[in-house]
Design a protein around this ligand. Sequence first.
Ligand code: BES
Ligand code: ZN
Length: 455
Amino acid sequence: MNITPVIDYLEKHKDQHLKELIEFLKIPSISALKKHKPDIEKAADFMVNKLEELDLDVEKIQTPGNPLVYAQSKKMDPSKKTLLFYGHYDVQPVDPIDLWDYPPFEPTIVNDTIYARGVSDDKGQLYSHLMAIEAFRQTSTEIPVNIKIIFEGEEEGGGENIYKFTENNPEKLACDAVIISDTSQYNENTPAICYSLKGIVYMEFRVKGSGMDLHSGSFGGVVKNACNGLAEIIADLKNKDGVIQIPGFYDNVLELEQSEKEEFASLQYSDEVLKKDTGSSAPHGEKGYTTLERMWGRPTLDVNGIWGGYSGEGGKTIIPSTAGAKVSMRLVPNQNPQRIAKLFREYVLQVAHPSLEVEVDTLHTAVPVLIPRDHEITQSGINALEKGFANKAKFIREGGSIPIVATFQKSLKAPVLLLGYGLPNDNIHSPNERYLLQNFYNGNKTTAYLFDELS
Ligand code: BES
Ligand code: ZN
């Protein structure tokens, strides 16, 4: 097929495509916050309209949570392969808002970079697929595959509705490959195919030491302080070498192969890059592993937030009654999230001071993912990336999670291609989330080249 008109179309319509993306980015579709439910609907409707404009059959599927948006080619040609595109139209909360240089839902372009919540994760990335489809349509170039699309609005909250939908509708989503752009490239000059995502277990626990806050003079030293008690539990979760202390935690960890360690080493990740991308003073982590091994191949445990006692202005001399923490554990193949949640719970209850009342909840979980690299779609993905980004592509793993991927592998039995268009320093989940305009435009072309590869 002749892809030139498609690529020319994308070149010529950059400004219009950017304008459209900006409209999408203005919708504050934060799935974690109930008050943004109308914005979730708005973002779903935005997707519905755009997909209809692309001449697809579109359905907005209501769930007990946020709607799924499903679309497919009007005519499914049995002689063609079918690709299922997945993405999420929801975004993370914006706190701490004071640290944003530009308002998160007023997309701002500075130095060929667009700043907005969700621009890299995942609105900008998923939009590339739509731009590629549009370019084929507008140039009357036949798309050489059948298209299916499923977008969800709960990814950032660990929502479960897409699991149920996928398990209940494997025929509807049946495909030859699943294409997902919701990961990062290795760096600005190195596009990448990701072949492993971490799983997650997200826990919350709360402790109560006394029936009420108490005067710290009157009752100090005679009853258990909830904040101290919480800190003791947290301190017991890991040792000084960064090793997680929950018995059995590492039991099923699939160790990195020697060849993977060598590949990671060949990427020459430097402490300087880590410092620059994180603003931290030095690398830190589990003893005996390099930064990339820790990032991509080792399970982790992190406190995401702590509360309790008085942290307002001035002093307030109290023994706090309650305290709590949220903890995420990132899992690697073949750890089982349910098992890890159980072990965490048992351990917290065991190490907690006996006079504390302790409650432990599992908020959400996701299974880790490993993708075989030898499927032909992977090679097509590499070729497409190398054309779209004009640079040699590498294989990487990621520390992040895309919860539905394991279910796609299991229920659809189709290979998954993680074709990331973002960058590790896009500040996803953080203030000043951003996306290089170049990555948006090159992503649009890459999806177009992917279609071409499959012709
Ligand atoms: N796009 C990310 C996943 C990701 C992060 C891939 C970093 C590569 C690098 C995705 O939208 C995400 O953030 N997922 C959540 C899932 C969680 C809430 C269950 C995550 O990883 O925190
Ligand atoms: Zn995310």
